[in-house]
Design a protein around this ligand. Structure first.
Ligand code: ZN
Length: 210
C-alpha cells in the first residue's frame, strides 16, 4: 500500500501516519527523517544536505526527490510506504509520477485554520522537564506550575497566534495545489480531523478498508 498524508501543521497527520504504518506494516517516511538519515550516513549527498541546512537554506527539490526515490526503493518499503511531508509542492508531486510510483490513496486530515489556532492557544510547556499542558483541555493543578516537577509553565513563542497563522498561510500556498493534484486524479480522501485521534483513525480505516 502506497499512501500520502496531507494535513496542516497541528492536525496530527504524523500521529496518524505512525498508526497506519504499524497497522499495515508499511514504512512511514517523512522528509525530515529521510534528510537526517542521509546526513547521518556521511555520504557526499549527506554532506551537501548538511551544508545547505546549516546555512538555513532549503534543500532543492531535485535533491529531496533523489533522497525519497532511494528511500522508497529500499527493502524495508517492499510492502509499501506512507509519505509524510512529501510531496510538498507540485514539482515533487510530478517527480513522484516520473518515478513510476502509483499512489493508492492521498489522505488529507482536514482541520480548519481557526480550530488549529485555537488548539495551540493555551498550550504551555514546562521550562524544566518539557511536560506539556493545555489550559483548557489538560490544565495543570496549579496555574503556571508543572504537576510533575514544579517547574514554570510558559507558552512557546512558535505557538503565538500570529506565528501559527503565518505557518498555515505557507502551508496552504504550498500544499493546496498538491492536494488538488491528487483530487483531480481521484485518489484524494478528506478526513475530518477535528474530533479525536481514535475517531480520525477510524475514519481513515473506513476509507482504506471499506
Ligand atoms: Zn516539569
Amino acid at each position: 500500500m502506497k499512501l500520502i498524508m496531507f494535513g496542516p501543521p497541528g492536525a496530527g497527520k504524523g500521529t496518524q501516519a505512525d498508526i497506519l504504518g504499524r497497522r499495515y506494516g508499511i514504512k512511514k517516511i517523512s522528509t525530515g527523517d529521510a534528510l537526517r538519515d542521509v546526513i547521518r550516513s556521511g555520504s557526499e549527498l549527506g554532506e551537501q544536505v548538511k551544508d545547505l541546512m546549516d546555512q538555513g537554506k532549503f534543500v532543492p527539490d531535485e535533491i529531496v526527490t533523489e533522497i525519497i526515490r532511494d528511500r522508497v526503493s529500499s527493502p524495508d518499503c517492499a510492502n509499501g510506504f506512507i509519505l509524510d511531508g512529501f510531496p510538498r509542492n507540485l514539482a515533487q508531486a510530478e517527480a513522484l509520477v516520473d518515478m513510476g510510483i502509483k499512489v493508492n490513496k492521498a489522505l488529507l486530515i482536514d482541520v480548519p485554520d481557526e480550530v488549529l489556532v485555537d488548539r495551540v492557544q493555551g498550550r504551555v510547556m514546562c521550562d524544566k522537564c518539557g511536560a506539556s499542558y493545555h489550559l483548557k483541555n489538560n490544565p495543570p493543578a496549579v496555574e503556571g506550575v508543572c504537576d510533575k516537577c514544579g517547574g514554570h509553565l510558559e507558552a512557546r513563542s512558535d505557538d503565538r497566534p500570529e506565528t501559527v497563522q503565518a505557518r498555515l498561510k505557507v502551508y496552504h500556498e504550498l500544499t493546496d495545489p498538491v492536494v488538488d493534484f491528487y483530487r483531480n486524479r481521484g485518489v484524494l480522501s478528506e478526513i475530518d480531523g477535528t474530533t479525536s485521534i481514535e475517531n480520525t483513525t477510524a475514519e481513515i480505516l473506513k476509507i482504506l478498508e471499506g
